[in-house]
Design a protein around this ligand. Structure first.
Ligand code: HPA
Ligand code: ZN
Length: 326
């Protein structure tokens, strides 16, 4: 099945074998440090799994290679359009400029012709105002030239969404689209704050289910949620896959999309995620198509491109109905 992915982190999706090769360690050692363990306690601990890949993501050639490999992995997974995100500031420890970081990632993804990828640049919770402001400026520099939006990632429990209002006011003034991680490690109020800033998309957002007010706000404003079920189990936002509210959200007609978040950290692909959704919640192929159409609609690509991808998805549905082998 052809798929669209809106929420996937570059640094959470690096091949362990690549990190092993670049650091001269074994694949097992790399995996131990990059894949979350069953007893992971929370988002804060989950985020420590980015430390090792970030060590090697500090040169142009490594960034190019890692971005290209993710593009190849996405193609292998059946993804035809993706918005890949990362925080440029995390890649400046050996002297690269923000411009060089973004350019290198763009060069890597452009080498893979079978998929279209646009970038979302992450501001970070806990980073300084100045560093986050520079992220907005570099997004503006590359806007519609490979970069399509901004995000706010990091520890939502420690650093509240409300503290980032001024930065999103600037993003809005600069007409840069944005999505915000909210309603994951913090509650419905965090999502309400993100919507009040002008976010049209929310990363995760699943904790709106604790508040009818927040559910109504999401539906009323046509907000799309980037749901990442396996990641939510890993960070203990939900107690088990069966207890994930994804089906409840879908049945309430909330606009949701399905995403991996961090392919390596959560040891997941979109194909494996779709399989689990079918097994645990009886989602049909049509339901998954609907969520892919939601993803095109909520993506930050141009109107022309949206039309193209909607046609590709609908053509595939017709072929499937005719019994063609896909
Ligand atoms: N939340 C916040 N920051 C992140 C996440 C997440 O799920 N994944 C990678 N960075
Ligand atoms: Zn995320």
């Amino acid at each position: 099945m052809k798929k669209i992915e809106l929420h996937v982190h570059l640094d959470g999706s690096v091949r362990p074998s690549t990190v092993a090769e670049l650091l001269g360690i074994s694949d097992d050692e790399a995996k131990k440090n990059m894949i979350v363990s069953y007893d992971n306690k929370n988002l804060e601990e989950y985020l420590t799994k980015f430390d090792l890949p970030l060590k090697v993501m500090q040169t142009k050639s490594n960034l190019r290679r890692i971005a290209k490999e993710l593009a190849l992995d996405l193609v292998e997974d059946g993804v035809i359009y993706a918005e890949v995100r990362f925080a440029p500031f995390f890649h400046t420890k050996q002297g690269l400029s923000l411009n060089e970081v973004v350019s290198s990632v763009l060069e890597g993804i452009k080498e893979v012709k079978k998929i279209k990828i646009n970038l979302i640049l992450c501001m970070m919770r806990g980073a300084s105002y100045e560093d986050n402001l520079k992220t907005i400026l570099v997004a503006k520099e590359f806007l519609n030239n490979g970069v399509v939006g901004l995000d706010l990632a990091g520890d939502e429990h420690k650093y509240k969404t409300s503290s980032y209002k001024d930065l999103f006011l600037i993003a809005k003034k600069e007409k840069i689209p944005f999505t915000i991680h909210a309603g994951e490690a913090d509650g419905a109020k965090s999502v309400m704050d993100a919507i009040s800033f002008g976010a049209k998309r929310i990363g995760h957002g699943i904790r709106i289910l604790d508040s009818d007010l927040a559910i109504n706000e999401v539906i009323k404003n046509g907000i799309t949620l980037e749901v990442c079920p396996t990641s939510n189990v890993d960070t203990k936002v939900v107690s088990s896959y069966e207890n994930h509210p994804v089906k409840k959200m879908y049945d309430k007609k909330i606009k949701i999309t399905i995403n991996t978040d961090d392919r390596t950290v959560s040891n997941v692909t979109l194909s494996s995620e779709y399989k689990k959704l079918k097994t645990h919640f009886n989602f049909t192929r049509n339901d998954l198509l609907k969520m892919n159409l939601n993803a095109v609609d909520a993506s930050f690509m141009s109107v022309e491109e949206k039309k193209k991808y909607i046609k590709i998805l609908k053509d595939e549905k017709i072929l499937f109905k005719k019994g063609k082998d896909l």
